[in-house]
Design a protein around this ligand. Structure first.
Ligand code: FES
Length: 164
């Protein structure tokens, strides 16, 4: 069950000062949209409609513009995800090398019911993604910002334990 909580603004205090410092590196504040969205995701773990509205306000953009950019890039989460975000390449070259079995092992060992769902302990979300640019090293996996290649199903329990 999803509990409705009041939105906590990101761009106050130190975070506002950090954004102001970032803005000095851009020709205008609208150009700082991507770093602003990263700050939101770093703070809340995902980017809600309320967060998009806040970003629009601080950067003098329309909410539709912010939403258009946030939804274009798959690395921005538009719904809550687990503390650790696991991305497994299942594009054809990795698929023929057993990527589906790696995905199944991650789902089993994290306790995630299905792709895109968050585990009951809130720790993990598992997603299949397109080519991670390491086709010769199946199966490549991204856990948060950590790139791990050559993952096989028998490596998964240790990997999950490391991040749990
Ligand atoms: S197809 Fe999997 S990394 Fe390229």
């Amino acid at each position: 069950m999803h509990q409705k909580t009041e939105y906590q603004p990101v761009f106050t205090g130190d975070q506002r000062r950090k954004l102001d410092e970032i803005l000095t590196r851009y020709p205008n504040k609208q150009a700082a949209l991507l770093p602003a969205l990263w700050m939101v995701q770093d703070t809340h773990g995902w980017i809600s409609q309320a967060a998009m509205a806040e970003v629009a306000e601080v950067l003098d953009l329309t909410a539709a513009h912010v939403e258009g950019v946030a939804t274009f890039y798959t690395m921005f989460h538009k719904h809550p995800v687990g503390e650790h975000f696991i991305q497994v390449c299942t594009t054809s070259p990795c698929n023929v090398c057993g990527a589906e079995d790696v995905v199944a092992a991650f789902l089993q060992h994290t306790g995630c019911d299905e792709l895109g769902a968050t585990s009951p302990d809130g720790k993990f979300t598992v997603l299949e993604v397109e080519c991670l640019g390491a086709c010769g090293f199946a199966t490549p996996v991204l856990i948060d910002d950590d790139f791990i290649d050559g993952v096989t199903p028998d490596m998964v329990p240790e990997l999950v334990a490391r991040y749990r």
